[in-house]
Design a protein around this ligand. Structure first.
Ligand SMILES: *Cc1c(COP(=O)(O)O)cnc(C)c1O
Length: 373
């Protein structure tokens, strides 16, 4: 069959192993997945209640413009309703952005160590991808500015950055926005916004009024614990919303999902609680790294990227056999790295115990190897 040139060399995206796959493969009763940065505490209890009230109301198409949800999110953020567009997760928003703003002959600028969907979608649209080497897990904003030209249509700022957890500061983002033409879209993907702590993290919502080319994306999949409902959104200039609406499927978010995320939005105390627990648990991993002299990126998100100083596929494999799924760095071209989603205290204790044991055994086998030489 004849298909699009751009698809040559691309494979379907691998979401990583599911808990059921691993249970089967290793004959395990219980498998904990800490590989996709989902919320280990689930979601607000209000969500299932709200959804259950709608279970007899499934015969009509959903509200295409998600009016009620739009109203609530607009109030929550203090923006106008026409600045919002909802998608089947931020993933769909990224897809829509590439569909609407990229084509052969134009380029798009991003870090070489960031969320993989930007590149993938850009390639599918036939755009040229300019990947700028990261600086210690951080976007090199100055080099990104240098790489932008009159053929650039989108610049991607993953903030905090997946998979490193590092972030771009407010002053760096303003420098980027001030340095480029206002016809170039700057996408700030804030999928982990609910976990951010840093004082100098950009206040992107306030920046929107000064920069019509700025677009902020957020999701209900991570901090809100609703990855299954598939709702993410973008906040931007109404003109960008109109352009994206041309390529958006009419009924892209479901009725139950809209109902569910509204209930979650109402329960901000759940978000606060998860934020605090995540901070505390992150510290556990820092202490583990200090103890074994391992380097890591300080994280503003609900995951940590650790350099294990050894081939991390075998570490991941070992944890898998014990019922823990984590993401080996090879996924991101970093064969000694591991990205671990911060779990519950009990889950983290188990992972840290397994990792400590593994690191000690490895160190011993290295020593005896040296002695025997
Ligand atoms: C998880 C993630 C997303 C996608 O989230 P969905 O809303 O579930 O599609 C987008 N960007 C980054 C950086 C992510 O880590």
């Amino acid at each position: 069959m004849k298909y699009r040139q751009q698809l040559k060399g691309l494979q379907p995206y691998h979401p990583g192993k599911s808990a059921d796959d691993v249970k089967q493969a290793y004959g395990l009763q219980q498998v904990i997945k800490l590989a996709s940065n989902e919320n280990p505490y689930g979601c607000s209890g209000k969500v299932s209640q709200a959804i259950s009230h709608e279970l007899l109301n499934l015969s009509n198409y959903p509200d295409s413009s998600a009016s009620e949800l739009r109203k609530r999110v607009a109030e929550h953020l203090g923006v106008f309703q026409d600045q919002l567009i909802f998608g089947k997760g931020t993933d769909e928003i990224i897809h829509l952005l590439c569909r609407a703003y990229l084509e052969p002959g134009v380029n798009t600028v991003m870090s070489d160590f960031t969320f993989l969907q930007y590149k993938r979608n850009a390639i599918i649209e036939g755009a040229h991808v300019r990947e700028i080497p990261h600086l210690n897990g951080r976007h090199d904003i100055q080099k990104m500015i240098d790489a932008i030209d009159d053929k650039t249509n989108i610049v991607w700022v993953c903030n905090p950055n997946n998979p490193t957890g590092e972030y771009v500061r407010q002053d760096e983002l303003i420098n980027l926005l001030e340095s480029i033409d206002k016809s170039i879209l700057v996408v700030c993907d804030e999928a982990y916004f609910e976990y951010v702590d840093a004082d100098d993290f950009p206040d992107t919502i306030s920046l929107l009024s000064d920069y019509p080319n700025l677009i902020v994306t957020r999701t209900f999949s991570k901090g809100y614990g609703l990855a299954a409902l598939r709702i993410g959104y973008a906040v931007c200039d109404p003109e960008v919303v109109s352009t994206l609406n041309i390529v958006r499927e009419t009924f892209n978010t479901s009725h139950l999902s809209q109902i569910g995320v509204m209930a979650a939005l109402d329960d901000q105390s759940f978000i606060k609680e998860c934020h605090l627990k995540n901070r505390q648990e992150l510290e556990q991993y820092y202490r583990f790294c200090w103890r074994f002299g391992l380097s890591y990126y300080p994280s503003q998100a609900n995951f940590i990227f650790i350099d294990m100083n050894m081939e991390s596929n075998k570490v991941a494999q070992h944890l898998l056999s014990k019922g823990f799924i984590i993401r080996p760095g090879s996924t991101f071209g970093k064969p000694t790295g591991l990205r671990i989603t911060i779990g519950t205290p009990k889950q983290n204790d188990s992972i840290i115990a397994l990792l400590s044991h593994f690191v000690k055994v490895e160190a011993n086998s290295q020593n005896s190897h040296m002695l025997s030489q």
